[in-house]
Write a protein of this length. Structure first.
Length: 418
């Protein structure tokens, strides 16, 4: 039976420590013998002698040290052999149990996939992922849940392969999430083509978005990267429709919990698609309150009730808040937080947008013109409604879509977020 490398390294370290202890023990005993000779003024008695010009020597001490060393080494060797035998026996005993658990988990995964038939995404082997991505050569980016690589299928289609960091567990929850997201079909949700679950590897294969994520356009100082207000408005509406579908249109309600510009991908026509469901929570359609064991999302976009239940219960309205903050960033052309803000009263980004609207000042972002000012103000108003501190004061995503269909003069000024 093969001993794992960790056990071998551990035994080597143990032997080195024992050798060091033996050497230390001999040094101490020699020192004690030396002190005894000096204190009792022993010179050349019973084979022991000391001279200031000669090396200290003690035949009796050496003989005792040799016997003790043999006893110590023999005892420790026996102990090490016993430990090795125990570890080998323990490894042999638990190996069938591990194999049973692994086989059972794999059988459950296959059963879950078969239950969904043709609706389930394609399952890939890890060796196939290496071939698709050319051994993970072209890295597109890295997020909190994994790294994304560009790949190419045999039919010539480009894909984005997300290799997940967290590979713990049997994989059953992972597959349940994969199948639920795989069954979604909406123009504003990135398509899930397949997945991989093999040993400790977990990966998701999505359709490739050539124009990248929204953040590189709304935060960029390069005028050529700016999309213009018409396109920004269409993107905001598209994301709202995608979230409405996740909250109401699926057989299983999906709360994303991490809506932000980095997770909004743009296809060749700049059509927005919601991506990265690593923080998503699945719940029955009739459940309005969501139970969370831990905080999810990205700082700056997390709803207040996710931090503290004193603000209200966690629900789909938490996605509404994140969406509203993202829309305000699209309006302001900057991130919602800046560490070098001098005036602490203006540190909360929605306050800046609210003050501009209240003063009826022009929204200065992306070179807004008179023709597009109405679109910008409408986006700002809807974003402020979505970022209300109390969840009950925020509109649902269905209501948000309706607000976009109204004229600017039909929209009410929301209360100032606090």
């Amino acid at each position: 039976m093969i001993i794992s490398s960790r056990i071998v390294r551990g035994l080597i370290i143990l032997l080195r420590l024992l050798s060091l202890l033996c050497h230390l023990k001999m040094t101490i005993e020699s020192s004690l013998c030396w002190q005894l000779v000096v204190q009792n003024d022993l010179t050349a008695q019973s084979g022991c002698f000391y001279s200031s010009t000669e090396v200290f020597n003690c035949e009796n001490c050496k003989e005792k040290q040799f016997r003790r060393r043999i006893i110590i080494v023999s005892t420790m060797a026996g102990t090490i052999i016993t430990i090795i035998v125990f570890l080998l026996f323990f490894r042999r005993m638990i190996q069938p149990y591990r194999l049973f658990r692994k086989n059972r988990a794999q059988e459950n995964i296959v059963s879950i996939i078969k239950q969904h038939g043709s609706f389930a995404p394609i399952r890939y082997r890890y060796v196939e992922l290496k071939k698709i991505t050319n051994s993970f050569h072209n890295k597109l980016g890295k997020g909190g849940f994994g790294s994304v690589f560009k790949g190419n299928l045999e039919n010539g289609c480009f894909v984005a392969v997300k290799l997940l960091h967290d590979s713990s567990g049997t994989g059953e929850e992972f597959v349940n999430e994969v199948i639920s997201i795989g069954r979604t079909s909406h123009a504003n949700i990135v398509g899930l083509i397949g997945f991989c679950i093999e040993k400790s590897y977990r990966a998701l294969i999505y359709e490739y978005m050539p124009n990248g994520s929204l953040d590189k356009y709304i935060y960029s100082e390069n005028p050529k990267a700016n999309l213009g207000w018409e396109k920004l408005y269409d993107i905001a509406v598209g994301v709202a429709r995608g979230l409405e579908y996740l909250h109401r249109g699926c057989s299983t309600r999906i709360v994303h919990f991490d809506i932000k510009p980095q997770n909004i991908l743009l296809d060749e026509d700049f059509c927005p698609k919601i991506a990265d469901f690593g923080s998503a929570k699945l719940c029955p359609p009739k459940e309005s309150i969501i139970s969370l064991a831990e905080m999810r999302g990205t700082i700056g976009y997390i709803a207040p009730e996710v931090f503290s239940r004193n603000f209200g219960v966690v629900s789909t309205k938490s996605d509404v808040y994140s969406y509203g903050m993202m829309v305000l960033e699209m309006v302001g052309g900057r991130r919602n937080s800046k560490p070098n803000v001098e005036n602490s009263s203006q540190a909360y980004f929605p306050h800046l947008i609210y003050d501009r609207l209240a003063e009826r000042a022009c929204i200065e972002a992306c070179d807004a013109t008179i023709e597009t000012e109405e679109l910008a103000r409408k986006m700002a108003l809807i974003g402020l409604w979505c970022t209300q501190t109390t969840p009950a004061n925020r509109p649902s995503m269905c209501r948000v879509v309706e607000l976009f269909e109204r004229r600017l003069d039909e929209l009410e000024m929301p209360p100032k977020p606090y």
